[in-house]
Design a protein around this ligand. Sequence first.
Ligand SMILES: [Zn+2]
Ligand SMILES: [Zn+2]
Length: 550
Amino acid sequence: MRLIFLGGLGEVGKNIAALEYGNDIIVVDCGIGFPTNEMLGVDMVLPDITYLAERKDKIRAIFITHGHEDHIGSLPYLLPQLDAPIYATRLAIGLISVKLKEHKLLDNAKLNVVEAGSAPIKAGAFAVEFFHIVHSIPDSCGLGIHTPVGTIVHTGDFKFDLTPTDGWRADFGQIAHLGNEGVLALLSECVHVETEGTTPSEQEVKATFDRLFRKAEGRVIIATFGSLIARVQIALDLAYKHGRKVAVLGRSMENNVAMAVEMGYLQVPEDTLIKISEARDLALNKVVVVITGSQGEPSSVLTRIANQENRFINVIPGDTIIVSSTPIPGNEVAIIRVINSLLEQGADVYYSQVARVHVSGHASQEELKMMISLTRPHYIVPIHGERRHMVAYAKMAAEMGIKAENIFICGNGSVLEFTADSATAAEPVRAGALFVDGGSISNIGDVVLRDRQNLSRDGVMTIAVSIDSETGELAGEPDIVSRGFVEPETSDDLLNRVREVVRNTVKLEREAAQVGDWPQLNRRIKEAVSQFLFVQTKRRPMLLPMIVEV
Ligand SMILES: [Zn+2]
Ligand SMILES: [Zn+2]
């Protein structure tokens, strides 16, 4: 039995794994990754699933642990290559349907709703059971995957909040039952392993919100993730308690709340949910607005409010604004800028550094240990984490007495081969990233990204040179245009001197009797100008010489 990791290891994002036995393959999750700061102009990152696409006929099913983007986001792009039925809980299926519909894939998709705790689903040589766990989106599950060589437990993303907002605790019984029957390998998420103890309950957020609601004299505005239904539930409950009404704003938030209400994941106290237009008619101290943008994303509602660009909401001094999240690494600067701007405009702003307005959706150390204790696996593979998380997890597991040789730190492309009593690392397979760039999937490689980095740092300069094809002499002044490099007003002198460099280069080449070798002339101009500009400005704009024969 082969276990193949195609994404989500050594990174947080684009989770996807596959299990292969004989003629059967099943896939677990199919997520997107988020571009890092260096990936300029890239909107999303998809896993490279060449391995699966080449074995499409063997794929029996896709099992989805929960409805977060890093677990379902690639489906609209990759489902046509996988072409297999999808199994997930009701909310995840709802979220997947919305995506597939947008991409006109819904009609041909085979979607199956699974209830946590129900009988295992057969898929070729495998049978998969879903067990409920707590996470930052409702109806999240881990998987018990029964294979011909033993049971693999995949934790999904989890924590063991004993007082979750919806009261639906993890199914310890089912997890322990898997452990009692024998677990060959545990694939455990590990992204929050650096935190000691247990992850605080969502109830602690509720307690903080309660205190802030009581204190607030104006509106309460809560910014959080569009999928964090539990946070919306808290807002609704407390609004009801404090005599306020709740409006939601932001496309993903509005869609998710509508879906969660319709599917029964969100309990709305009587008349508590109103339209944003209705909120305007209420006294400020009767209003709660739940919005998107807790990461400082440029187009989000919170950022637009901070920039005074939102149609519905401007900061009114006395507003209480709660930024209910922790920044995903890379977003810190953006969110801090937003917070400062809101404070400047007179809002009272609460964020994770000053109040417990957010708790993680992921297990801390003691919960991760608890999962190991319940499942008592023979082998352990940390997944869903950066290298540092996987290494810290491996150390933690070793401290619990798991033999070092039974803990595997894998990467994308890693393959583990299992028998009933052994596990070995096998030859890795192709894995990597595809970029979604302005709506289309492309193979833009490192070169393109490096160019974009250079462009963003040093700008660009085009140098159009017309040359007499007979004599090799300049047929006019070199035409130079630059963007993002030097201020146009101050650049006249510099550009004149660049023209001079170009003239000299053309002359030297002609004297060296290189007339007609335009690629070489192109290169020479580039070198000469680049060197000149670097000496003058210490910068290296991207240079694009164009030689026109006349
Ligand atoms: Zn998640
Ligand atoms: Zn995740």
